[in-house]
Design a protein around this ligand. Structure first.
Ligand code: KG4
Ligand code: ZN
Length: 452
């Protein structure tokens, strides 16, 4: 991809290395993607039976310079020194060793070429990703983030300000799917299972004709956290439930009874997806109620035009209808069409037919350099327009120009999504209406619209 540098155009280079993907991308201020390069360690980690942090770090070290050079070359820019205006990098949360590789690389570039550095919160970058593809998304919106490391419900008040409603108390859904995929030895099924993630394998198997999503976990009363008046999640219990089924799966593997094995595996995968969806849906329902009945009245400033905060990137903070709210679903697990389809159905049939659901295109759900570059661009443009970043009092939320401050930026493995308001969700203690329909029909691919 090449593109002439337009007079006055701004370019941000984004670097992602928080887990097992080394991603580097370049984006301009009009949201044009000049390059988006990635090196995935998935194959190696599938072979190792999971991500080993020191191994992930080594692969980042080996690949980061090549991926960065490739991204600059593909962008069509002449050089970093003349054409890149700022460098954004994921600094939190994530695997410490992995984050450090990206941060050290970005810091070296920033010092060498005298560029400002923009430290990025990886989960916030996931939440803001869909704005690149669809700038009509309105702040404040609800963000459901489902990935290998996290499960979070939050409200994106502004691009630099998030309120956390709840999170997983144990496994993240992607982690659960990866563990189940490994235990069921899905990669031994051969191509394409030997080169796709556990989550993608489980989605593929559950799409098998005849897959019965009601065969296991059929009693929804057993779904954890549903009676808790919060937006927290819990997914590790399903692993315990599945333990009972593994002897049967092991025996089918031993016998080599391929048809029966595939039938059982696809029933397990479809059932697991459905119970994950029901839990997400119930917590989303509570988040929606909380937003509509409580949050918007306490955060009226988010709905009014308050000057600098609403100017960033030209997005207007538009007044939206009573109770209406956009929903963003992002993170690697949002690549799952069944889950996204079910969430769309829930919003339309149970919450608010006017509610719009946005998920990134599949390739941009999982970790990539573009989401970091884009989050960096949002902050950098705000800085250029207003001389400062919205709520950018800490280094973590600002654009760092001072070379002496670059060494103060640190890789932080555990960092909250934003202001924790989860106690207010509990205090609100909303009685939740029963769903009319929890069947969550299997959504055909073409019905599940993404921003593409
Ligand atoms: O966002 P991500 O790339 O990394 C983290 O920040 O964790 O998410 C990776 C996770 C993995 O657990 C993977 O199994 C899951 O996303 N995943 C999926 C699908 N594709 C990837 N889960 C469900 N369905 C998919 N199609
Ligand atoms: Zn991620």
């Amino acid at each position: 991809m090449t593109q002439e540098r337009v007079e006055g155009q701004i370019h941000v280079l984004g670097i992602e290395s928080s887990c097992d993907d080394t991603g580097v991308a370049v984006v301009d201020n009009n949201g044009n993607v000049l390059s988006n390069c990635i090196h995935s360690q998935l194959k190696q980690h599938l072979a190792h039976g999971g991500i080993i942090p020191v191994v992930a770090k080594e692969y980042h070290i080996v690949n980061i310079d090549r991926v960065a050079r490739q991204a600059v070359e593909q962008s069509g820019l002449k050089s970093v020194v003349t054409d890149v205006d700022a460098i954004a990098v994921s600094t939190r949360p994530g695997l410490k060793f992995s984050l450090q590789v990206g941060l050290n690389y970005a810091r070296t570039l920033a010092k060498k070429y005298s560029k400002p550095l923009i430290p990025i919160h990886h989960m916030q970058a996931h939440a803001l990703m869909p704005l690149l593809e669809n700038p009509t998304i309105k702040f404040p919106f609800i963000a459901l983030l489902i990935s290998g490391g996290h499960c979070l419900l939050s409200i994106a008040k502004r691009y630099n300000e998030f309120h956390l409603l709840g999170s997983s108390r144990d496994d993240a859904p992607g982690d659960l799917l990866d563990k189940v995929g490994r235990r069921c030895r899905l990669r031994n099924l051969g191509a394409p299972f030997d080169r796709i993630s556990g989550g993608a394998s489980i989605e593929l198997l559950s799409q098998r004709p005849g897959a019965n999503r009601f065969k296991y976990f059929h009693d929804d009363k057993a779904i954890p956290m549903l009676s808790h008046p919060n937006c927290d999640f819990s997914f590790s219990g399903y692993r315990g439930n599945l333990e009972l089924l593994y002897p049967m799966i092991d025996e089918l593997w031993q016998k080599g009874d391929q048809d029966k094995l595939l039938a059982e595996l696809s029933d397990i995968c479809a059932s697991l997806q459905r119970v994950i969806l029901v839990q997400l849906a119930k917590k989303l329902q509570r988040a929606f109620m909380f937003y509509r009945m409580h949050w918007r009245y306490e955060n009226e400033d988010a709905f009014s035009n308050i000057g600098s905060a609403s100017d960033h990137l030209g997005f207007e903070l538009q007044e939206i209808g009573e109770g209406q709210v956009d929903l963003v679903v992002s993170g690697g697990v949002a690549a799952n069409s069944y889950l996204i389809g079910g969430i769309r159905q829930l919003c339309k049939e149970e919450l608010d037919p006017k509610m719009k659901v946005f998920a990134p295109s599949k390739a941009l759900c999982s970790d990539n350099g573009l989401m970091v570059a884009w989050n960096g661009m949002l902050r950098y443009r705000d800085f250029l327009l207003n001389g400062k970043c919205y709520s950018g009092t800490s280094l973590d939320y600002s654009v760092v120009h001072d070379p002496n401050q670059l060494d103060l930026i640190d890789a932080q493995p555990d960092v909250p999504m934003g202001l924790d308001v989860s106690h207010k969700v509990v205090a609100a203690n909303f009685r939740m209406a029963k769903f009319n329909n929890t069947e969550f029909k299997v959504v055909k691919k073409q019905q599940c619209q993404r921003i593409e």
